[in-house]
Design a protein around this ligand. Structure first.
Ligand code: ZN
Length: 198
């Protein structure tokens, strides 16, 4: 932890090289996209995209799961999505899964999660695709994660205010898959229903 504290302590000096950029942030934010990804420490959205402060609105959850739309039970995830789209007017939403994902791995292996009941109950929201996906011995579990990402995209489409914007052509959804061991980012291409390098 100490290296993190030391860096944070000196961070203000680091911003001194770009004082105008940081001062402008006090005026508000107008992010280019809502970036939904896993809480995994190996996935750094601003590193992958080159986003500067103010450019990406982030939602990070275990396994980049988007919970079901339920207006009766507000969640932090739903609040983040709603704020991004309804208040900030974000027009692009990325769901980015990643290789070697512990959450998706636990799902495809059917791990016993009784010792971590919050994780177990959260992963129950994962909404696996109807065709299902097996681990098939791939340590990167690429196929499983990619199916899982598409399931979360479908979940987003079920949010009424997102569906409205999608129908009106005011919102775009992007399904991405990030290989943590190579840095490669793939995107889902609907015509061929495959993930290909960006
Ligand atoms: Zn993960």
């Amino acid at each position: 932890m100490q290296p993190l504290i030391d860096y944070a302590r000196s961070f203000r000096q680091r911003t001194a090289a770009r004082p105008e950029e940081f001062a402008r942030l006090a005026e508000g934010q107008s992010p280019q996209a809502l970036f939904i990804t896993c809480s995994d420490s190996r996935v750094i959205p601003s590193l992958i995209t080159g986003a500067r402060p103010g450019e990406l609105f982030e939602l990070r959850t275990a396994g980049n799961i988007v919970p079901p739309y339920d207006p009766e039970r507000p969640t932090g995830e739903a609040a983040t999505i709603e704020y991004a789209v309804e208040v900030l007017g974000v027009t692009d939403v990325v769901v980015c899964g990643h290789s070697h994902c512990g959450a998706v791995g636990a799902l495809v292996r059917g791990d016993d999660l009784t010792a971590v009941p919050a994780v177990r109950d959260w992963l129950a929201h994962a909404a696996p695709r109807a065709d299902g996906t097996k681990a098939d011995g791939d340590p990167a579990i690429a196929d499983a994660v990619q199916s899982h990402v598409l399931a979360q995209i479908l979940r987003l489409r079920s949010y009424p205010y997102l569906a409205r914007r999608l129908d009106a052509g005011q919102l775009r959804l992007h399904a991405w898959f990030y290989e943590i061991h190579t840095g490669t980012v793939l995107a889902h291409r609907p015509p061929a229903d495959t993930f290909v390098a960006l």
